[in-house]
Design a protein. Structure first.
Length: 272
C-alpha cells in the first residue's frame, strides 16, 4: 500500500530532472501520472532542453512501477493547449488530486537579452499560473481536497546577484511564486486544497549540468554572482531529494501544511 494509492498527479516539466523524479516517486507511492513537457527548444535557453525521448523514458519508468501514465508534449505558456492536455489526462486516468507545477527554464548570459527576461517570466511564473488555473476548477468542483506544489528556488527567498535580464527574471519569477502560492493557499483552503512551494538550491539536473552553466561557474558565475555554497557539505543535491519533499507535502502526512515556503536547500538560505 502506497501513501498515494488511487491518486492522480498532474506534473509539468516531467520529461527529465526534477519533474521525472517527481513522477517516479509519486508513482512509487501509488499515484497515476499526467506528465507534461514542452519537449522542444526555447531559442533563448542556452542549454539543450528536454525532448520526446526524455519524456518517453519517464513513461517507461512509471510503466515499470505498474502505474498508469498519460504523457503530453505541451508548452505551459499555451494555456489552451495545457487545458487540453489536462483534460485528456483526466479522461484517461480520472480526476486530479495533486498538481506539481515544476516546469522551468534559466537563461543566465547577457547574450539572451530581453528574450531571456520574457521567456523566463512566461515559463517560470505565467506557466505556473496556467498550470494551477487549468487544474483548480475541477479540483474545487469535485470537493475532495487536494495538494498543489510549486517548484520555486532559493532564488525565491534570497536576493541573488545575476546581472543580466534572464537572471533577474529568474529571481523575480521565483519570488513571484511565493506570492502566488500564498494567495492560492488562502483562496483554496475552504476547499481543503493545500498549496505550498519548495525551494531547492543547486540540483544535479540538465539545467545545471551542461557546458554553458559549467563554464559560467568555472569563471565565477554570472556577473557579480555571490557565493553559491550550501551549509551542509554537498555541492549539488539530487532530483530525488526534491521528490521526497514533494511526496511528503502531497501526502496525508502533511495534511495541515499549507501556505509554506519550504527550503530543501542543504542550509543555503540559512547562510544568507
Amino acid at each position: 500500500m502506497g501513501k498515494l494509492d488511487g491518486k492522480v498527479a498532474f506534473i509539468t516539466g516531467a520529461a527529465r530532472g526534477q519533474g521525472r523524479a517527481h513522477a517516479i516517486k509519486l508513482a512509487s507511492e501509488g499515484a497515476s501520472i499526467i506528465a507534461v513537457d514542452i519537449c522542444a527548444q526555447i531559442p533563448s535557453v542556452e542549454y539543450p532542453m528536454a525532448n520526446t525521448e526524455d519524456l518517453n523514458l519517464t513513461v517507461k519508468e512509471v510503466d515499470a512501477l505498474g502505474r498508469a501514465i498519460s504523457a503530453h508534449e505541451t508548452d505551459v505558456r499555451d494555456r489552451d493547449a495545457l487545458q487540453a492536455a489536462f483534460d485528456a489526462g483526466v479522461e484517461a486516468l480520472g480526476p486530479v488530486d495533486i498538481v506539481v507545477a515544476n516546469a522551468g527554464i534559466a537563461t543566465l548570459t547577457p547574450e539572451c537579452g530581453q528574450d531571456g527576461w520574457r521567456d523566463v517570466l512566461d515559463v517560470n511564473l505565467t506557466g505556473v499560473y496556467h498550470t494551477i488555473e487549468v487544474a483548480r476548477p475541477s479540483m474545487v468542483e469535485r470537493g475532495a481536497g487536494g495538494s498543489i506544489v510549486l517548484t520555486s528556488s532559493v532564488a525565491g527567498l534570497t536576493g541573488m546577484v545575476m546581472d543580466n535580464p534572464g537572471g533577474l527574471a529568474y529571481t523575480a519569477a521565483k519570488h513571484g511564486l511565493v506570492g502566488l502560492m500564498r494567495s492560492y493557499a488562502n483562496m483554496l483552503a475552504p476547499h481543503n486544497i493545500r498549496v505550498n512551494t519548495i525551494h531547492p538550491s543547486g540540483v544535479a539536473t540538465p539545467m545545471l549540468i551542461n557546458p554553458v552553466t559549467e563554464k559560467l561557474f568555472a569563471e565565477g558565475g554570472p556577473d557579480g554572482m555571490s557565493d553559491t555554497g550550501n551549509a551542509l557539505p554537498v555541492t549539488l543535491m539530487e532530483p530525488e531529494d526534491m521528490a521526497n519533499a514533494v511526496a511528503w507535502l502531497v501526502s496525508e502526512d502533511a495534511r495541515y501544511v499549507t501556505g509554506v515556503a519550504l527550503p530543501v536547500d542543504a542550509g543555503f538560505t540559512n547562510r544568507r
